[in-house]
Structures are given as C-alpha cells and as structure tokens.
Design a protein around this ligand. Structure first.
Ligand SMILES: [Zn+2]
Length: 500
C-alpha cells in the first residue's frame, strides 16, 4: 500500500496573533474516504464540499483512495474557510498533480468558491506579518492582497483562483509579487472652520488633541458637539508607521472594517447608544475586535452618553486605563489593543434644553440629576476634559466669526505632541501620577494653587492628577517648560462636576 504526504503552511488567528498552522495531506490506497482532522466538526463538511467542488471544476482529479487532512495544532481557534486553499494544495501535492518543491517557502490562505475562485479572508495583514517573520511568501486571494502588502518587506502573491495558484506551483504561469498601487486618496476633511463660535469648546478640543486626552461635551442639541467630535481626527498628530500598521491589523480582523486606501488615517468610530457590550468591546467565537479596538490609535465618539447602558459604559473603564481589552469566553481568551481617544457628548437634561435661550426646558432638578447620574462617577473621573457647549442665539451665531481652520490647529497640536514625545516618550494623557509630577516641574506656588483647589472642591486623587496632566498639555501648547499658575487655572476650568 502506498501513501503520500504533503505539508502546506497556513495561519490561524488568535487576537492579533496569527500562529502557524500546518496542513498535512495524506493520500493512500483503500476505500474512497475524505477526512479533515483539526477543524470544528460543524465546519468540516462545508470545507470538504468546497474543496472537492473546486478541484472538480478546476479539472483536477480528486484522489480515489483515502484522503486525510490534518490541521495542526489542533486546539487553535480556526475558521475553516481560510484553510480551503491550503487543503486543496495539500491534496494536489500529495497526489502529485502539482509539484511540492516550493511548498516549504510559501504560506497559503483563502476560501474557495465552488468554481475554484478565491474569496477574501479577514486578518490578511496579521497573517502576512507572521509569514514574513518566518521567511515565507504569502499566497492570498487578490481581494486581500492590497491589505497584506502593507506589511513592510513582505512578499505577497495574489491569485484569483485555485488554477492560478497551481500555475505558479507548476511554473507555467508564476505569480509576480504584488505591488501596492493604492495611492492615498485626497480626502476632503470637514474643517473646524465650519464650527461657528464655541471658542471654549474649540480650545478644549485642541488641548484634547495635543495631549491625547479624553473629553466630554455637554450641551443642547444642535450646538456643534458632533461637528467638533468628528473633526478631532483631522487635527491629531500623524500616526507613526508602527501605529498605522497596528491599527490596520486590528481593523483587518473585522470583515469589511479596513480599507487599504485609508491606511495611516486615524479611525473615528461612533457606535450607536443601542450597541451591545460585545459590539463595543469585542465578541467571541471566534474572537473579534469591537468598536474600541477598531478605534485603536483613533477616536471613539459616544454621542448621547447617558443613553448607553450602564453595563456597556462600565466595561470601558479598563481599556481606558490599560489601552487593551481581554475577551474571555469559555475556554478561549483573546486580547486586542484598544488605545482609543474617547470623545463623549450628552445633553444637559433629558429634554436637552436646560439653559437654552428658548427657555423651553421644564425638567425638574431631580430629573436632571437622575439623568446625569446614569453615568457613573468612576467613568466621569476617567474623562480628562469636561466642557460645556452652550446654545447660541441666532444673533450670537451671526456675530460669531468663522472659526480657525483645522490645518493651523493641527500645526500647534503636532508641535505640542512632539515636545511630549521628546520629554517622556508618550502623550500626557498616559502619564501616571509619579511621571506626571516629574513632567510638570511645577514650582511651589503652582502646587499650592492646585492643592487649595483640590481641598476646596474635594478632588479625588485621580481628579488631582487629571487636572495636572491637562495643565501639562496647556503648558506644552504655550511652549512652556514648566507648568505655571495660568496653566493650572485653565485646566481647573475643564474639571467638570460629578465624580470629582
Ligand atoms: Zn430639560
């Protein structure tokens, strides 16, 4: 009895990791049988059907005897679709319909359509990193190639069908390495100059951008809260190439969330308040990144904050501090990065018009308090800047000058952020208490001012350092090496009410 074996390399996905998967195909004599070992039972039948159909329609012969395919290691979370191509190649190599001489230097991933066409896969970028690290070229469906080719230095071979991959292996029609031709599109960003008036909120937005601070805007509907929030990404400092790759790799784990032409752009995610905790922080089986991870190195905008369920808001606390989220369900765990900048907005009261010049709010103080208490103190305590965005009367609006345009603000933000990176290697928002004291180099009168304010307003320790971090950013925008009284005084103005 004869038996032939071929080994083909592929990749699984576990969080942002893409561990190596060996696909071993055995073809032997005996009664016809096709087994796949190492995939969840529920997915085996579909994988078998797709592979068999693709071999048939591509005019290959499905081997007559016993065909066994083993995916190892067996305990990795696997989604079967991506292994169609390596399984098919393994069977073809083991049955000597394609040569196996190149298999050791290649990795494969792709779902097969019934006619042998290759369908896109998610996570192509993370998998390409892994293949490149192990010194192999990566064969992917053409639709995933632009994304895979973002991995620096990686060799990516793009194919449209099983036949094209086989043409490469036989040498009749070698695939040439994929070159990314996507040029960054000129995008028309909405500009900060569209926001009329609201000097105080614009200033807060600039501070938030410069120091990476989270921010809460409180004001009636129609005052520009959403306009301001959606313009934050455009004034943030440019991403480093590592940040851009990391953000792209996370987005590519969620099907359809990543567009290679947007590489290097900071994401703005704005989930609706009906979003579930799983949608927000990530779901399981298989683990997928949630909105907070899709906003990694970008902006997470939560409009109508009190409308989010309390549970959803509480799960934000951990990633707000650590920049990561660990999702565990049953036996599996996955960790995703989630260093997002939180921008939240809310109405001042349930009807939205408390303090509005129209005077139409009839909400009682109790109702207003109850509404604000929907957001817990500990969450509010983690938001650095609290800012009122009042309604402007038509006359005030008309008198308001057109705001400064985003490019000037972005210039100041970039300069201030560079000062922080040189001084401490990170944005001010990430300084812990000890680092914050050191970075602020505040002299006695400044510390006295802050200490008095803290005593008078009974700050928590967390609130104290929040004010100090914001003051550090204000000083950086002013180009001041030391934090001075004027910076602390301004920072105290963004302290907000509840929770401090
Ligand atoms: Zn009201």
């Amino acid at each position: 009895m004869w038996m032939r074996v071929a080994t083909v390399f592929s990749r699984g996905l576990a969080g942002l990791e893409a561990p190596l998967v060996r696909v071993e195909a055995h073809v032997g004599g005996g009664l016809p049988q096709f087994r796949i070992v190492g995939l969840p039972d529920t997915e085996v039948k579909e994988a078998r059907d797709r592979v068999r159909a693709a071999l048939d329609t591509s005019r290959f012969q499905f081997p007559d005897g016993r065909v066994t395919v083993n995916l190892a290691p067996a305990d990795l979370p696997k989604e079967s679709g991506r292994f169609d191509l390596p399984i098919a190649i393994g069977i073809l190599a083991a049955s000597q319909q394609v040569p196996d001489r190149e298999l050791a230097s290649l990795e494969f991933a792709g779902e097969l359509g019934l006619a042998g066409e290759l369908r896109p896969i998610r996570g192509a970028l993370a998998m390409t990193f892994g293949a490149h690290r192990d010194g192999r070229a990566f064969v992917v469906p053409e639709a995933a190639a632009a994304e895979a080719a973002l991995a620096p230095g990686a060799r990516v071979l793009a194919a449209r069908s099983l036949l094209e991959v086989c043409g490469h292996l036989t040498g009749t029609a070698p695939l040439s390495p994929y070159r990314c031709e996507a040029k960054p599109l000129e995008r028309v960003h909405s500009d900060l100059s569209d926001v009329r008036g609201q000097q105080h909120a614009r200033r807060a937005l600039e501070i938030a951008a410069a120091g990476g601070h989270s921010m809460l805007m409180v004001g009636p509907p129609g005052t520009g809260k959403t306009m301001l929030a959606t313009r934050l990404a455009a004034i943030l400092p440019p991403m480093t190439s590592d940040e851009a790759l990391e953000a792209a790799a996370v987005q590519s784990l969620a099907s359809g969330a990543f567009d290679p032409s947007r590489f290097g752009e900071r994401a703005v995610r704005s989930p609706h308040h009906t979003a579930s905790a799983a949608a927000l922080v990530g779901g399981s089986s298989p683990p997928r990144p949630g909105e907070i991870s899709l906003a990694h190195h970008g902006v997470l905008f939560l409009d109508e904050l009190p409308q989010f369920s309390r549970h959803v808001l509480e799960v934000l606390r951990e990633p707000l501090e650590s920049g990561r989220i660990c999702i565990s369900r049953a036996a599996r765990q996955a960790e995703f990065p989630a260093r997002f900048q939180l921008v939240a907005a809310m109405n001042p009261c349930p009807c939205g018009y408390l303090g509005h010049f129209s005077g139409k709010c009839r909400c009682s103080p109790d109702i207003v308090l109850g509404y604000r208490r929907r957001i817990s103190g500990p969450l509010l305590d983690r938001i650095d800047l609290h800012v009122d965005v009042p309604a402007l009367s038509p006359t005030q609006l008309q008198a308001a000058a057109r705001g400064e345009s985003s490019q000037y603000v972005a210039g100041r933000v970039k300069a201030a952020r560079e000062i922080q990176l040189v001084r401490q290697g990170m944005a001010n928002a990430r300084l812990d208490a000890g680092e914050c004291e050191g970075a602020c180099a505040a002299e006695a009168p400044v510390r006295d001012l802050l200490g008095q304010a803290a005593a008078r307003l009974s700050f928590s320790a967390r609130a104290y350092f929040r004010v100090l971090r914001v003051a550090r950013t204000i000083a950086d925008l002013a180009g001041s090496a030391r934090v001075r009284e004027v910076h602390v005084a301004e920072a105290l103005g963004y302290r907000g009410g509840a929770g401090t």
